[in-house]
Design a protein around this ligand. Structure first.
Ligand SMILES: Cc1cc2nc3c(=O)[nH]c(=O)nc-3n(C[C@H](O)[C@H](O)[C@H](O)COP(=O)(O)O)c2cc1C
Length: 215
């Protein structure tokens, strides 16, 4: 491996100006996601998002999830409620998200309170998942240790045997969605000389205020 510190790239994105972005951060984020789909190749998981949580003692942990919903209520992802992140969110219902589109030199940070989505909403999303993903949601005690891969595959085979009909695989009680209701959203656009543009939306009652931050 070469010298990581010596590798440098120039960031030369379009300027980010308060007058050129939507006053609603959800609409603006939707715009950036649409642009990422238009401009990036099919291999890019445009909605891949780092999700940071912290436990009851404030110890942080971070992992990737896929964003599955974005509307006025917030940003939604799906997972196992008994996983490490699920336990963190039970004990400390706040989260931070970070999306990064490397080729566009763009980053978005979101933070705010996070709560489980309604069971009927989770069931509606679960029903759209491929059969294998629905069965593995039953088979996996996400984040718990298991002795080996073979034991995991036996659990998957058991889930298949218990739910032989693809059309009626129910939503597992331990699986569902969470929604982060943003109280802060930061857009970051890489610019030359590391003099990047950073605009942050902060809630002000029912409205949003936009502030520029130093890079
Ligand atoms: C690109 C990518 C997308 C992922 N999406 C999800 C997801 O939507 N939900 C999920 O539970 N895990 C997802 N994972 C796996 C998580 O990163 C993580 O391994 C898992 O949720 C367990 O995390 P935890 O032990 O902190 O709860 C994804 C991983 C990657 C690399």
């Amino acid at each position: 491996m070469g010298d990581l510190g010596g590798r440098r790239r120039t960031y030369d994105g379009e300027p980010l100006e308060p007058a050129r972005i939507d006053g609603d951060p959800i609409i603006q984020l939707r715009r950036w996601i649409d642009e990422a789909y238009d401009l990036l190749d099919d291999a890019t998981e445009v909605t891949a998002t780092a999700l940071a949580t912290a436990d009851a003692h404030g110890r942080p942990s971070v992992r990737m999830v896929l964003l599955k919903g974005l509307d006025a209520r917030g940003l939604t992802f799906f997972t196992n409620h008994d996983s490490r992140k699920g336990r963190d969110l039970h004990d400390n219902p706040h989260a931070a998200l970070c999306l990064h589109w490397q080729r566009l030199h763009r980053q978005v940070r979101v933070s705010g309170p996070c709560e489980p989505v309604a069971r009927d909403e989770a069931a509606a999303y679960f029903a759209t998942r491929p059969v294998g993903s629905r069965l593995s949601a039953w088979a996996s005690h996400q984040s718990a240790p298991i002795e080996d891969r073979a034991a995991l595959e036996r659990r998957m085979a058991r889930a298949r045997a218990e739910h032989p009909d693809d059309a009626t695989i129910p939503l597992p009680p331990h699986w569902g969605g969470y929604r982060v209701r943003p109280d802060e959203v930061e857009l970051w656009q890489g610019r030359p000389d590391r003099l990047h543009d950073r605009l942050v939306y902060r809630r002000d009652g029912d409205a949003w205020r936009i502030h520029r931050l130093q890079p």
